[in-house]
Design a protein around this ligand. Structure first.
Ligand SMILES: N[C@@H](CCC(=O)N[C@@H](CS)C(=O)NCC(=O)O)C(=O)O
Length: 223
């Protein structure tokens, strides 16, 4: 006698992203999700303080920042943590964030560098929003970061290892963030290695190109 088999269709809960179009860390999450073919249900946020400050959303992200991702009850803040999670869980292969520890740590190293670098970039673009004067020492720190980045890229195609990784996307988005303050005078493209690498990363796929184009257009609308 044959056993009857019950085939149940499992429906996956949608991945929800609290998203702001003008936000660099949100842009990083959009790039990686598109690249690995993960559909995100985007909840657009306009007023971060108000919309992410409700008791319900503070439960999701006590930091009250965007991006914030909800995956089937798992709440994740911090764009770099979100993208490494998405690749580890959903990507077809691990090339954007390798499982091999010796390869992975090189990507992590660049991601931590980028977070620091990005914080410095935020100080340089702040005058565009606050109206405060630009600090020369903040400009110097970003220029120093660019020199480091240029050195890292000497003779290399990508920031970590032999393939493009999430660290390349993160750092390219950080550099595009400088465009929020055209008056800073900082020009990453004056460093040859950086200029070539930006074109390489942004041209690496049609989706990355499109995401960066939309992000730049959004920045222009804000300034
Ligand atoms: N390190 C965080 C930074 C997140 C962040 O500061 N996002 C900004 C928008 S770009 C934000 O939510 N700011 C609101 C606030 O700090 O009050 C990440 O990478 O996700």
């Amino acid at each position: 006698m044959g056993r009857s088999v019950c085939i149940q269709k499992t429906t996956m809960a949608p991945l929800i992203l609290y998203d702001l179009d003008a936000s660099p860390p949100c842009c990083l999450v959009r790039i990686v999700a598109d690249e690995i073919g993960v559909d995100l249900e985007k909840v657009p946020v306009v007023d971060i303080e108000k919309e992410m400050g409700t008791p319900e959303r503070l439960q999701i992200n006590p930091q009250r920042t965007v991006p914030a991702l909800v995956d089937n009850g798992l709440n994740i803040a911090e764009s770099r943590a979100i993208v490494t999670y998405l690749v580890s869980k959903y990507a077809r292969d691990d090339s954007l964030y390798p499982r091999d520890l010796q390869k992975r740590v090189l990507v992590d190293q660049r991601l931590y560098f980028d977070q620091d670098f990005y914080n410095g970039i935020l100080k340089v673009i702040d005058p565009s929003f606050s109206g405060k004067p630009l600090s020369q020492s903040d400009v110097d720190k970003v220029n120093n970061g660019l020199e480091i980045l240029n050195r890292i890229l000497e003779g290399k195609q990508w920031l970590a290892g032999e393939k493009i990784t999430v660290a390349d996307y993160a750092t390219v988005v950080s550099l595009a963030t400088l465009e929020y303050n055209p008056k800073s005078g900082i020009n990453p493209a004056k460093h040859a290695n950086i200029a070539e690498w930006i074109s390489r990363v942004e041209g690496s796929s049609a989706k990355v190109t499109e995401n960066m184009k939309i992000f730049r257009e959004t920045i222009k609308k804000y300034i």
